[in-house]
Design a protein around this ligand. Structure first.
Ligand SMILES: *Cc1c(COP(=O)(O)O)cnc(C)c1O
Ligand code: SF4
Length: 396
């Protein structure tokens, strides 16, 4: 027999036809075998000429990477597939406009310590890693994610120092990159440190893992996270096609450990930019007990103009949901201000006129309604002075 080192190395595609079910359900195998080149995608889909051009022209603008699990949800023959459009570069990414920014939300202007973004009075973002289990074409942090910089303990210590000394922070959002790509052990350590800071009341994790690498969510992870309550998870489903039995199982595992789950959807042109699609997505999320939280108007990030919708379309979609489907299923529509002003709620206007005696409104069926104002107007709560004795009004 020939020594094996003389044999040509044959790398099998991580397509399910070459893969054992043990490998497929091993999240580390999925993460190691992310698809990055056009050749990698060949067993999964027939690349369109737009997608081929995207690969040859746009690959150096923002890294490509998808788990085999997520690639396996792609429609082999249809380039309009919403999974393909989120994951495969388009040549439109090279059409860069002057208005676009590498840092559309002005995060670098609100960066008081390494890995910390502190923009709002009482909450801060902690960016734990720059790696993801998919590199979404619409990502607004493309300037930061997709490198290969492992978390650096020295920087993290500075981040923790900042969070420790800034006692106005009540709510820490762990994000990235995708924090759930870290080992359960490291996550546990980070959470313990945050929990040792007494002014931090709640912890949130932002992650796309339940959507793109659901096998990562195992009992051990959910159990570790549940030691650090109150802890919330916000995930990022953009299309009903992403709600598979595996994704449902991942969300269930977390929720059954007492972790409330929310969803932050990005409105993406020709991916989910219709009333039909958004109604279905929001209803399907509620069915798996994931509460719609935000729907984002697209950010002005470099090369992503082709995925943005006019603001009117976003408002029309909200109009098509409010009143028509369960109120529990309706997210807040927000536009994150270019330059860093924070999230601004936008949406249909229901108040048509307001004065001291009456409010004129319209309902979701376009019927006019008159609401009589009360006569008394003093709304100070006398008991506040007793109940909130120790809280000064300038205290956040
Ligand atoms: C979105 C965001 C938050 C959290 O905002 P909420 O409206 O509380 O969900 C906090 N910090 C930054 C920088 C953000 O972009
Ligand atoms: S998972 Fe989130 S951070 Fe990562 S590429 Fe997608 S949008 Fe960006």
């Amino acid at each position: 027999m020939m020594p094996s080192k003389l044999l040509p190395k044959i790398t099998l595609s991580p397509h399910p036809s070459n893969t054992s079910s043990v490998q497929w359900s091993d999240w580390k195998w999925q993460a190691r075998n992310m698809l990055t080149t056009p050749q990698d995608f060949e067993p999964f889909i027939n690349l369109s000429s737009n997608e081929q051009k995207g690969f040859s022209q746009a690959h150096n603008l923002f890294r490509v990477g998808v788990t085999p699990y997520y690639a396996n949800l792609m429609d082999k023959h249809n380039p309009w597939c919403p999974i393909r459009m989120q994951a495969i570069p388009s040549f439109h990414e090279t059409e860069i406009r002057n208005e676009e920014m590498t840092d559309p939300l002005g995060e670098s202007l609100n960066n008081p310590a390494p890995s910390v973004i502190h923009k709002y009075p009482d909450r801060a973002l902690l960016l734990l890693t720059d790696r993801c289990a998919i590199y979404c074409r619409h990502c607004n942090r493309r300037r930061l994610v997709g490198g290969d910089t492992p978390i650096n303990k020295e920087k993290l210590d500075k981040a923790f120092d900042y969070l420790r000394k800034t006692s106005t922070i009540r709510d820490v959002l762990i994000s990235g990159g995708d924090p759930l790509l870290l080992s359960t052990h490291i996550l546990g350590e980070v959470l313990s440190i945050l929990r040792s800071i007494s002014h931090i009341e709640i912890i949130r994790i932002g992650t796309r893992i339940p959507v793109v690498l659901p096998m990562r969510i195992d009992e051990a992870l959910a159990k570790e996270l549940s030691k650090h309550h109150p802890l919330f998870i916000n995930t990022h489903f953009n299309h009903p096609k992403e709600i598979t039995k595996e994704a449902k199982q991942a969300c269930e595992t977390l929720i059954n450990h007492g972790i409330p789950m929310g969803n932050q959807t990005v409105l993406l042109r020709q991916v989910n930019s219709s009333v039909t699609c958004m109604r279905q997505l929001m209803r399907d999320l509620l069915k798996i007990r994931v509460r719609p939280y935000y729907m984002f108007q697209g950010d002005t990030v470099t090369g992503v103009d082709y995925l943005r919708t006019p603001v009117e379309k976003a408002i029309e979609i909200m109009e098509g949901m409010r009143g028509w489907i369960s109120g529990m299923a309706i997210p807040h529509l927000v536009l994150d201000a270019p330059g860093g002003g924070g999230k601004i709620p936008i949406g249909p206007t229901y108040i048509q006129n307001i004065d001291k005696t009456q409010v004129h409104l319209r309902n979701y069926r376009q019927q006019s309604i008159v609401y009589p104002q009360p006569i008394a107007t003093d709304c100070t709560v006398p008991y506040d002075d007793i109940f909130f004795e120790n809280i000064k009004s300038d205290d956040y």
